[in-house]
Design a binder for this molecule. Structure first.
Ligand SMILES: Nc1ncnc2c1ncn2[C@@H]1O[C@H](COP(=O)(O)OP(=O)(O)O)[C@@H](O)[C@H]1O
Ligand SMILES: [Mg+2]
Length: 580
């Protein structure tokens, strides 16, 4: 709790002024019934004259003005405090997520992180605002009301002491039932967000596979679950209102009944009785507010826990212990030493098993293997998108864990299997690689990636706006833009993870050819499905089920390696069939 103080501190003035100014409302609500009662008893019944009534009315008007002004300002500062501090909180959570490793994000799921950043923060904001407004107001009105009515007539006011405990018990019971249901509701909202997000992000795939019905079903289920839990939570809350109203009316009735008899007997004046009735309504009203607040806090508390979960997570991949923090990668020699890897520590089977190899600067290392053999997992260990489970990954003889993450990732450019472009112009996207690149460097990178040709054929050229995720270019064009973006980074190590799968063979050969001039000294690691993509590599690694089953040049492997030969001939057959 203590560390949340930093979100309050910058706005402490608002946090104090908000509740404090609500005191004017309390004062007004406490004084007005008494003044009104006096006006009835002295001004009307005892006939104290119009002068008295006018003076009283003016006094009451003054009270109301102060109350309204104070109330508005109190609300203003409370809102300011709640909105600002929760916005800072949101930013802190977002920053935290930026530091998350892939493994951290895998564990939370993106949908859940989105809910936490939006809905959960909003819940906290609302409850903070409500809390600030009520912090002084409700207890003030409760206590003030009780004291005032006791001071007018203790006998009649004692009715309150019967009603209040009964109400408190009722509210407590309602809360206890509602709390777990609200927690469940928040979880269901998570599920719904995950389904929705996955669906909307992948709408093209879903449509092309005609999976709408299946997806609709999934959405309906998630939405139905949310509806059911929301209903079961709100059904309980719904009871609060009628119970409170019933109590309020019963108490008023009781006060009027006992007080009425007393008026007839001359024990109390009409004005005084009307004041007590007003206080009763106020007391119960403030209790109702408190119960609303408690209901809100139940939900906010669930949200609060979920936010804390994010803030409490230590990114499981950090460079805090890096020994060579200032070292930069100079050559880019990559070496794997007995590397084993699995995504979840709890799982038994390794995704990669005892991998050892080196990739030399200026050379091309090809990696071939069936899907699921662990190719992508292997290269993700180089820029530390994941960390090895055992063994070491070294660059220039230094463990990757000993570089600062910034220096490491700055020298490694990786074109992921799932290419992503962002909304913005083509130029903006390419400049992710190097914000300060000259226009000539930009075009050079694009030329090497065989992208310059099609980009200049667009009417807007490099200024063309890409849709979200790069929807308005073809798959092969997207891949080439991603390669250009990586090239612009002038990396020491370039990794292409199946990044030319949608590019035709001739263009792909041109890209590889360009590498030999523009990336002469760079270590190039190319993962490919087609053997044609790696035939001219200096070394090829054949991966099968997380193990290296062959290593050598194309001609060596053809001679000696059964697995490689199998892949080669199966692809040859296919190519021949395609030709014929
Ligand atoms: N993020 C992940 N979490 C858990 N398992 C994964 C993840 N990514 C891949 N895997 C698993 O690791 C294995 C190797 O996958 P991958 O390296 O992507 O293979 P390849 O790139 O050769 O097709 C597969 O069995 C896959 O199911
Ligand atoms: Mg892969």
């Amino acid at each position: 709790m203590k560390r949340y103080f930093r979100f309050i501190k910058p706005y402490r003035l608002c946090f104090i002024l908000g509740p404090l100014l609500m005191l004017t409302e309390v004062a007004g609500e406490i004084v007005l019934p008494k003044l009104m009662g006096g006006m009835i008893d002295q001004g009307i019944i005892s006939d104290a004259g119009t002068g008295f009534i006018i003076r009283r009315a003016l006094l009451m008007l003054g009270c109301i003005l102060i109350q309204v002004t104070g109330g508005i300002l109190g609300h203003y500062f409370s809102i300011k405090a709640a909105v600002n501090s929760s916005s800072d909180l949101r930013k802190a959570v977002f920053d935290k997520v930026q530091d998350f490793s892939f493994a951290n994000i895998d564990r939370f799921s993106t949908g859940s992180l989105v809910t936490r950043l939006t809905n959960d923060i909003t819940q906290i904001m609302n409850i903070t605002r409500m809390g600030l407004i009520m912090a002084v107001r409700s207890p003030g009105m409760l206590i003030g009301g009780v004291i005032m009515s006791l001071s007018i007539n203790p006998g009649i006011a004692s009715v309150l002491f019967v009603v209040l405990p009964v109400l408190a018990i009722a509210i407590f019971l309602i809360m206890r039932t509602a709390m777990p249901r609200f927690e469940l509701m928040q979880k269901r909202l998570d599920d719904l967000n995950s389904v929705t997000q996955e669906n909307i992000t992948n709408v093209r795939v879903i449509k092309s596979f005609v999976r709408n019905d299946h997806e609709n079903e999934k959405f309906r289920n998630a939405s139905g679950e949310l509806r059911n839990t929301a209903l079961s939570a709100l059904e309980v809350v719904v009871c609060t209102m009628p119970v409170m109203t019933l109590a309020m009316n019963a108490a008023t009735l009781l006060v009027l009944w006992i007080g009425g008899g007393s008026v007839i007997e001359g024990g109390i004046q009409v004005g005084a009785l009307s004041a007590i009735v007003q206080y009763t309504v106020q007391i119960l009203g403030s209790l109702m507010m408190v119960s609303m607040f408690i209901i809100g806090s139940t939900r906010a508390l669930a949200s609060f826990k979920r936010i804390s979960e994010v803030l409490d997570t230590t990114p499981d991949l950090s460079d805090a212990d890096a020994k060579c923090r200032d070292k930069h990668i100079t050559d880019g020699r990559v070496e794997f030493r007995n590397v084993s890897f699995k995504y979840y520590k709890s799982r038994e089977d390794n995704v990669l098993d005892n991998i050892s190899f080196t990739a030399e600067p200026g050379k091309i290392l090809g990696i071939i293997g069936s899907t699921g053999s662990g190719k992508s997992s292997l290269v993700q260990l180089i820029p530390r998108l994941y960390d090895v489970t055992s063994g070491e990954v070294l660059i220039d003889g230094v463990n990757v864990k000993d570089y600062s993450l910034y220096n490491l990732r700055e020298s490694v450019a990786m074109v992921l299997q799932k290419n992503v472009l962002f909304s913005g112009t083509i130029e903006e996207n390419l400049r992710w690689g190097d914000a300060d690149a000259t226009d000539e460097e930009l075009r050079e990178a694009a030329r090497a990636a065989q992208a310059d040709g099609f980009v200049t054929s667009f009417t807007d050229g490099y200024k063309m706006e890409l849709g979200q995720g790069g929807v308005n270019v073809s798959g092969g064009q997207k891949q080439r833009l991603c390669i250009a973006r990586a090239l612009l980074k002038k990396p020491k190590i370039l990794i292409l993870d199946d990044s030319t799968s949608a590019v035709d063979t001739a263009t792909e050969a041109q890209i590889r050819h360009a590498f030999s001039t523009t990336l002469k000294d760079t270590t190039k690691i190319i993962i490919a499905q087609r053997i044609g993509s790696v035939v001219d590599a200096d070394k090829i690694i054949v991966l099968n089920d997380g193990r290296i089953v062959g290593e050598g040049t194309h001609s060596e492997l053809i001679e000696t390696n059964e697995e490689y030969r199998e892949i080669y001939y199966s692809q040859m057959d296919r190519d021949e069939k395609e030709v014929s």
